[in-house]
Design a protein around this ligand. Structure first.
Ligand SMILES: *Cc1c(COP(=O)(O)O)cnc(C)c1O
Length: 427
């Protein structure tokens, strides 16, 4: 399907039924698969033949959807995971081990920040965080001999900073390591990081890809461009025999195009088992079938709401890359050609109390710990996700007490704006 346009890939990518086969992707609701001889099965275990043997590692339903995402992002191999957290962990842990170091943008999702800074540190993996706006010199200075990956988010959740993908890719490649980009917010409809030099793309499919608040999930897509063998010493997991897998050397046997995802499946999925349920993969696929129709509407609503908020004197500051006044506007135009997503964050002039009154009075936008749903939702970090912090700590973290993150859904923007207006009037 690689010659087709994005819309066609969203609808028909990943699965082409043969004569008499189901039109919709089948849900293979089976933990296991049957073989005629032990020899047949042995070949699967040796990775000599392709096929399924246990759904903890792989399932056909998941693979149809992963193949669609692979086409959408322009990669060579892909896999689904049980969540976005699992996707980012697998993407990093597939090439990092005890003693490795990661360079990461400091402007990333809180869950990923925690994963890298706290949990992966316990595994002996070190991190240096850099500002997404650092200079080339500052970025280069963050690398160490044991750096194995660079990580960033195309549009950061919730800060809405935009990553300069080319700059980060160039620095990563100059140091012989891949760039991993979490592309959850723009989705491949608005940005394809591989075209700008990213090597591995990850997603929380929980967000726009599903788009209906129905299923938690994740995905990893490999560009197939990073030459592991050219940096053999850095990536022994890919470039030397895997004793836990019959002495296979992934980069030799599966090449640049297949090594990363094969290793993550054969080794990490086998050992951690963070597989997405086939039922969830099916629901995810329904979401992706309309992704190209939904994303422009999310962006249109985000832009309209951001412009309205900017005109209100109850609002101190609005962050949305689609606004000409936004510090990331130029970068957004380069990488997306629009605001990139439907999430807007803004600070109410009246601080914490104003945020509380505003949110209480909203009728359409529900208070939720979620973004990227068809239904508009919002969150005040100071009274929810970050409620353990004092107003001073919140200010220092760039999350003022009056900050509201609003994820604009697919409703009519006139109704959303009228709802926001009456809630602002109540302050
Ligand atoms: C939500 C989110 C995650 C985590 O995904 P889950 O599916 O909730 O595990 C990772 N990255 C970004 C950018 C997110 O928005």
């Amino acid at each position: 399907m690689s010659d087709f346009q994005m819309s066609t890939k969203c609808v028909q990518g990943g699965y082409t039924p043969k004569n008499g086969e189901p039109r919709q992707i089948p849900i293979v609701q089976s933990t296991t698969f049957k073989y005629d001889t032990s020899e047949d099965m042995g070949k699967l275990f040796d990775l000599e033949a392709t096929g399924y043997f246990y759904t903890r590692l792989q399932n056909p339903t998941n693979d149809y959807v992963a193949a669609k995402l692979c086409e959408l992002e322009g990669g060579t191999a892909a896999m689904l995971t049980s969540s976005g957290q699992a996707a980012n962990f697998f993407a990093l842990f597939n090439i990092c081990e005890n003693g490795s170091h990661i360079v990461a943008s400091s402007s990333i999702y809180g869950g990923t920040f925690n994963l890298i800074q706290v949990t992966m540190a316990k595994m002996g993996i070190d991190v240096t965080f850099v500002s997404p706006d650092c200079t080339e010199d500052e970025l280069n200075a963050a690398f160490k001999d044991n750096t194995r990956a660079v990580f960033g988010e195309t549009i950061a959740n919730p800060a809405l900073t935009v990553l300069d993908i080319e700059k980060f890719a160039n620095a990563a490649h100059a140091h012989g390591v891949p760039l991993i980009v979490d592309n959850t917010f723009p989705t491949p409809v608005n940005c394809r990081p591989i075209e700008w030099g990213a090597d591995i793309v990850t997603h929380s499919t929980t967000k726009y890809l599903d788009g209906h608040g129905a299923c938690v999930g994740g995905a990893i897509i490999d560009s197939g461009k990073f030459d592991w063998m050219a940096h053999k010493d850095k990536f022994p997991g890919l470039t030397t025999p895997d004793d836990s897998y019959h002495g296979i050397t992934y980069a030799e046997k599966f090449g640049k195009e297949g090594a990363f995802i094969t290793k993550a499946t054969a080794q990490l999925m086998r050992d951690f088992g963070c597989i997405q349920a086939p039922q969830h993969a099916f629901i995810l696929n329904l979401g992706i079938e309309s992704l190209h129709v939904r994303m422009p509407k999310h962006v249109e609503n985000g832009q309209a709401v951001a412009e309205f908020l900017e005109s209100s004197d109850k609002v101190a500051k609005v962050s949305y890359p689609g606004l000409a006044s936004d510090p990331y506007h130029e970068r957004a135009m380069k990488y997306f050609g629009n605001g990139g997503c439907g999430v807007v964050s803004f600070e109410l002039a009246g601080g914490r109390a104003a945020a509380e009154t505003f949110m209480k009075n909203l009728k359409l936008a529900a208070i939720e710990t979620h973004v990227a749903d068809a239904r508009t939702c919002c969150l005040n970090p100071a009274t929810s996700t970050h409620r353990q912090m004092t107003d001073e700590q919140l200010e220092a973290a760039g999350i003022p007490a009056g900050l509201v993150r609003m994820s604009c859904g697919l409703e009519d923007s006139k109704d959303l704006i009228a709802d926001i207006k009456q809630a602002l009037d109540a302050i």
